[in-house]
Design a protein around this ligand. Structure first.
Ligand SMILES: Cc1cc2nc3c(=O)[nH]c(=O)nc-3n(C[C@H](O)[C@H](O)[C@H](O)COP(=O)(O)O)c2cc1C
Length: 359
C-alpha cells in the first residue's frame, strides 16, 4: 500500500507518505524560544515520512499568539537546532512552517501598535493574549515598502531555518493568516498592485515563494492553502477562481509539495459557491506533489493515495495523541484520541506523555 511506501521529493527521501501536519502547541517561552520538551515531542514523531513543524513567526511583527516559537533570533535558531538534531538522530525529516499572522494578532503583542494586514479590516471576536482575552485589534493597512520588507523577512527566516538544520520550509498560506488575507477578497480591499484582481491578490504569495526560493532549492519548499476556510473571519467571493489561478501558477515553481486542506465545516455550513471537495477539485490542476489534509483516517488515506488523488496524506490531531501513528496505521492498531484541553496549555501533559504501542 502506497501509504507505507517510500516517496521521493527530488533528493529528499521520505520513508512513508504519512506527513505530520503543522500544529501550534504553545510551549515556547515568551521570547519565542522553543522549549526543550519540543526536542522530545518532535523526535517521538520521527517515524512520519515528513514532520512539518508548528507555525513559527518570521519576525516579531508576525506573532499573534502566546508562547508560539519564532525563527528570527539567535536563541530561537539555537533551540530549533537542538530539535532538528534530535529528529535527524531518529532518522526523521522536518520542515519548518514559516508564519506571519497579519491581522490575527493584538496590539499588546506589538507594544501597543496595530498589527498589519492588506487592509484595515479586523477579525471578528476575541483572541487570547498575555493579558487575557481581548477583541482583535483593527490592523493597519500595509504600505508597499512594508510589504516588500515582509517578503524579505520571509527570506531571512528561510535562511535561519537552514542554519537551524531543517530539511526544508513550509510557507503558511492557509487559515486566514497574512498570505491568505492578501489572497481572499473579504480581507483585501486594496486598489494597488496587491489588491483587486486575482492576479494582484496572488502577488504577495508569489513574491514570498520567490524570495524563499533564493535560499532553498524548490523541492525543499512547500506551501499550505485552505481554499474553503471561513475561520478567522475569512471570505472570498469566488474561491474556485481565486485558488485555481494561484494553484495553476504554483505549477511554475516545481515546489516540494502543495498541502491542501479539505473544508473543516460540513458542506451545508459552507457558502454555496465554496468548494466542497478541495482535493478532487485541484488534483487535475496541480501537476506536482499534493498532500491531502483535514479529517483523514487510515482507510481514507489509503484510498486517496491508491486512487491517485494525492501523493501524501497529512494528519494533525491524530499525531498529537499517537506519536507512533505510522506503526499503528501499518498494524491497523487502536488509536488514542487527543485531549483538546492540553493542545495549547503548556507543559509535558498532552505533549510528550502520549504512550507508544506496547508501552
Ligand atoms: C492543536 C492544533 C494546532 C494547529 N496549528 C496549526 C499551525 O500552526 N499551522 C497550520 O498550518 N495548521 C495548524 N493546525 C491545523 C492542522 O495542521 C491540520 O490542518 C488540521 O488539524 C486538520 O488535520 P486533522 O484533521 O488530521 O487534524 C493545527 C491543528 C491543531 C489541532
Amino acid at each position: 500500500m502506497k501509504l507505507f511506501e517510500k516517496y521521493s521529493i527530488g533528493d529528499l527521501e521520505l520513508k512513508n507518505r504519512i506527513v505530520m501536519s503543522p500544529m501550534t502547541r504553545s510551549r515556547a517561552d515568551s521570547n519565542g524560544v522553543a522549549s526543550d520538551l519540543a526536542q522530545i515531542y518532535y523526535s517521538q514523531r520521527a517515524s512520519a515520512g515528513l514532520i512539518i513543524s508548528e507555525g513559527s513567526q518570521i519576525s516579531s511583527q508576525g506573532v499573534g499568539y502566546t508562547n508560539t516559537p519564532g525563527i528570527y533570533t539567535k536563541e530561537q535558531i539555537d533551540a530549533w537546532s537542538k530539535i532538528t538534531d534530535k529528529v535527524h538522530q531518529n532518522d526523521g525529516k522536518i520542515f519548518l512552517q514559516l508564519w506571519h499572522v497579519g491581522r490575527v494578532s493584538h496590539s499588546s503583542f506589538h507594544n501597543g501598535a496595530a498589527p498589519v494586514a492588506p487592509s484595515a479590516i479586523a477579525v471578528e471576536g476575541k483572541t487570547f493574549t498575555y493579558e487575557g482575552m481581548k477583541d482583535f485589534s483593527t490592523p493597519k493597512a500595509l504600505e508597499i515598502d512594508e510589504i516588500k520588507q515582509i517578503v524579505k523577512d520571509f527570506g531571512i527566516a528561510a535562511e535561519n531555518a537552514k542554519s537551524a538544520g531543517f530539511d526544508g520550509v513550509d510557507i503558511h498560506g492557509a487559515f486566514g493568516y497574512l498570505l491568505d488575507q492578501f489572497l481572499e477578497s473579504g480581507s483585501n480591499h486594496r486598489t494597488d498592485a496587491y489588491g483587486g484582481s486575482i492576479e494582484n491578490r496572488s502577488r504577495f504569495t508569489l513574491e514570498v515563494i520567490e524570495e524563499v526560493l533564493k535560499v532553498w532549492s524548490s523541492n525543499r519548499v512547500g506551501i499550505k492553502l485552505s481554499p474553503s476556510n471561513l475561520f478567522n473571519s475569512m471570505f472570498d467571493s469566488n474561491p474556485q477562481e481565486t485558488f485555481s489561478y494561484l494553484i495553476e501558477k504554483l505549477n511554475d515553481y516545481n515546489l516540494g509539495y502543495l498541502h491542501l486542506m479539505q473544508p473543516q465545516l460540513p458542506a451545508d455550513k459552507l457558502p454555496e459557491n465554496y468548494i466542497k471537495d478541495v482535493i478532487s477539485t485541484f488534483r487535475p490542476i496541480y501537476k506536482g506533489n499534493l498532500i491531502a489534509n483535514a479529517g483523514y483516517t487510515r482507510d481514507k488515506a489509503i484510498e486517496t493515495l491508491e486512487s491517485g488523488l494525492a501523493d501524501m496524506v497529512s494528519f494533525g490531531s491524530l499525531f498529537i495523541s499517537n506519536p507512533d501513528l505510522p506503526k499503528r496505521f501499518a498494524l491497523n492498531a487502536d488509536l488514542a484520541m487527543p485531549d483538546k484541553k492540553t493542545f495549547y496549555q503548556g507543559g509535558e501533559k498532552g505533549f510528550i506523555d502520549y504512550p507508544f504501542l506496547n508501552d
